[in-house]
Design a protein around this ligand. Structure first.
Ligand code: ATP
Length: 266
């Protein structure tokens, strides 16, 4: 028998807390493999833009490059949002970074302290990872469709912390008061809708300043790792209007596109 949760996710409560509920269709599942896998499947089958799936127990939560996202029922918020961009809009380059700005704006609006962004897709505070973003895109009928998957640790049990192969943190440590996960989700969706409207007009270019203001590695010595290649070292010199990382290697600035690479502190 599954344990009753203290703060269960509830689709009606999330919708009631939205400014424009008609832009979203919120669904809460008790269990699924991965909310992004589910919505990617629906993206191919005419699923509605604004579909949101939140899930208490992901059995195969995903990060980038097949890495896993671990979460415990009640302690984390894991959800995905499907968004159809207008016909003719170019590929949504940098969307994962813009989503990071949206998450930071929402968390800061709930008084979270010290939220930082790690290129290309992590949410940090106090140097540890609070959350991750996974943006996957497909195209159909001349338009790009994004599935934005977000996992945030609200609390972190010892069991989950021990199972994660890097240092993780949770919202309870950086917020004076953590709202219910339904309100947290509604506030994140509001911020994502604002971001997506801005993104449709200006792409990531309109978010560069805000992203840089929260860059966890400004001026720091970092190394970039890609499978099967020697790490590249340099100072983090920011990002460009496409969301590529600018790495000052000492012999010039290299542009690193995300995808298959990972940034680490030196
Ligand atoms: P990196 O952090 O090296 O850039 P990544 O961006 O490729 O990695 P993600 O796709 O964001 O990684 O997420 C997967 C990784 O996040 C896992 O390999 C694990 O290290 C870490 N992780 C998994 N679950 C959690 C969690 N609940 N909280 C914090 N970190 C987690």
């Amino acid at each position: 028998m599954t344990k009753k949760l203290f703060d269960p996710l509830n689709a009606k409560m999330v919708s009631a807390a939205l400014d424009s509920p008609s832009r979203f269709h919120v669904e809460v599942l008790d269990s699924c493999e991965s909310t992004s896998t589910l919505l990617l499947d629906r993206a191919h089958k005419d699923g509605a833009s604004g579909s949101v799936v939140a899930c208490e127990r992901q059995t195969a939560g995903r990060g980038r490059r097949g890495r896993s996202w671990l979460s415990a029922p009640g302690d984390s918020l894991t959800f995905s949002l499907m968004w159809r961009f207008p016909v003719g809009m170019p590929p949504p380059t940098g969307l994962s970074l813009a989503a990071g700005v949206a998450v930071a704006r929402a968390l800061e609006g709930m008084e979270a302290a010290g939220v930082r962004l790690k290129w290309p897709n992590d949410i940090l505070a106090d140097g540890v990872k609070l959350g991750g973003i996974l943006v996957e895109t497909v195209s159909s009928g001349g338009r790009h469709i994004a599935v934005i998957g977000i996992g945030l640790n609200v609390r972190l049990s010892r069991e989950i912390a021990d199972a994660i192969d890097n240092e993780a943190g949770a919202l309870v440590s950086v917020m004076p008061y953590v709202p219910s996960r339904n309100l947290l989700l509604a506030n994140l969706l509001k911020a994502l809708a604002v971001m997506l409207d801005e993104f449709e007009h200006n792409g990531f270019a309109g978010f560069v300043e805000e992203w840089l203001a929260r860059n966890a590695h400004t001026g720091q010595l970092v190394s970039i790792h890609a499978e099967g290649a020697a790490p590249v070292e340099g100072r983090c010199a920011g990002v460009d209007a496409d969301g590529a990382l600018l790495l000052d290697t000492g012999s010039g600035v290299r542009r690193i596109v995300s995808g298959e690479v990972s940034l680490r502190n030196k």
